[in-house]
Write a protein that binds this ligand. Sequence first.
Ligand code: ADP
Ligand code: MG
Length: 483
Amino acid sequence: MNYLDILRDKFKIEQFRGVQKEVLDALLEGRSVFSLMPTGTGKSLCYQMMAFLKPVDQMVLVVSPLIALMQDQVLKAKNLGLKAACINSSLSLSERGSVQKKIANHEIDILFVTPERFKKSEFLEVLSKVQVSLFVVDEAHCASLWGHDFRPEYSKLNQFIQLCHNPPVLALTATATPVVQIEVCKILGLNYPGAMILGGIERPNLAIQVSDTYGETEKFELMFKKLQEFGTDSGIIYFSLIHTLEKFSQFLFSKKIHHTKYHGDLPGNVRRRHQNDFISGKDQLILATPAFGLGVDKANIRFVFHTEIPSTLEAYFQEIGRGGRDGLPAQAILFYDQEDVSIQMQFLDWAYPDEAFIRKVYDLIQTYPAKVSVDGFDFLREQMVFKNKRDYRVNSAVSILARWGNLEEDETPFGFKTAEPLSNDLFSQENQSALKKEHQKKLLEILRWAQNADDCRLNQIYKYFGHQHNSDCGICDVCLNAH
Ligand code: ADP
Ligand code: MG
């Protein structure tokens, strides 16, 4: 079967979208590709299609950043009729054994793993028994230190590509500035700009609005008013601080507005349940911290609100990109209060805790596993005496440790347990103070963006990503005011 037949018969889709065809043609010629495609346009289809087209005894390997996403990716591939599986720490020993046996027997078309998996010798062993036809790096911006979601294990992927005997590579992302594109190509051993297939980043159905507010009370009231305009439509409200999220949740509760929540203080299993309830449509409104949403494919999100200014334009564009994936209009509103900028400055300090702090958190988790599994963050915070009650360096330290693979997810209320001992390398390799400086520059950029009411909001973002676009969007607050 050629890919057009498969598109119709398996995907039930009549035609390719954006640069899907171009990407597939390049891959079928055996070339490696780094493709930038707008959020929600169908990056997954490229590697799913390749899983249909590969030789029967080979396998497509997809590296993906989050365990939480994998179950969904596996399910979608299975629904298409592919033999799909994932391997991660949430599988039981026997489940893992069964998947590994299938891989060795060439009974898997497409396998999803996190990059941490390559550290396990049993995985490398089974990998040596099958030929990888295509090495896919999903959310490839995670490989760059200068991207907005750096994961250290991603920066070692070239090594793993070689381990798989250098198959063609397909790197995919929706958000990468030119600097990030170049760095990712270097890390993955791809040719820049030769490997690039730019599908653009345009999301013309997103209507952006920056709404000036003063003080929390006014802001909450305004958000409530806007919420009512959307009735029972599906939407996400992002918060920088869990504290504010909870406060707004109370406020909505008093107004009898049903909603669900997603943030780091909720136990892992609760967080996952809330995410699934939102994706399935059981809940229409979710209040979330930025931890929510990477890879979430829900078509009908009609609005994405930001209660505070996010810390980078990359993060902002990725977050609002979850709206309107069905192509229908979606509104993005940033409730902007100059006062919040100081929160972001403080946030930056907390987001990059120093070495001693990270070590102490790790030691506590290691020394008191029982206490931590039950009382989690409360216990940790209690131990790390704080002046400011909202100080969430503990949360930052935990997510840094999880990123580094020193903690791994488990089913306890806390959601993590220690995995690998802390190495000194990580601290020197990931220079926290240089990262912090770069992050400060990015914060300045998004502030400039929020305050610039002279140029089309969307065009300013395109420009930031090095993307040329000539006409204004016509639907952002700046464009509407100009008319
Ligand atoms: P992303 O690019 O953000 O990773 P996904 O791969 O999750 O997006 O795809 C988003 C949705 O678009 C999926 O539901 C998928 O079935 C759909 N889709 C992909 N390609 C096409 C196409 N050519 N025509 C119509 N729908 C498509
Ligand atoms: Mg995706």
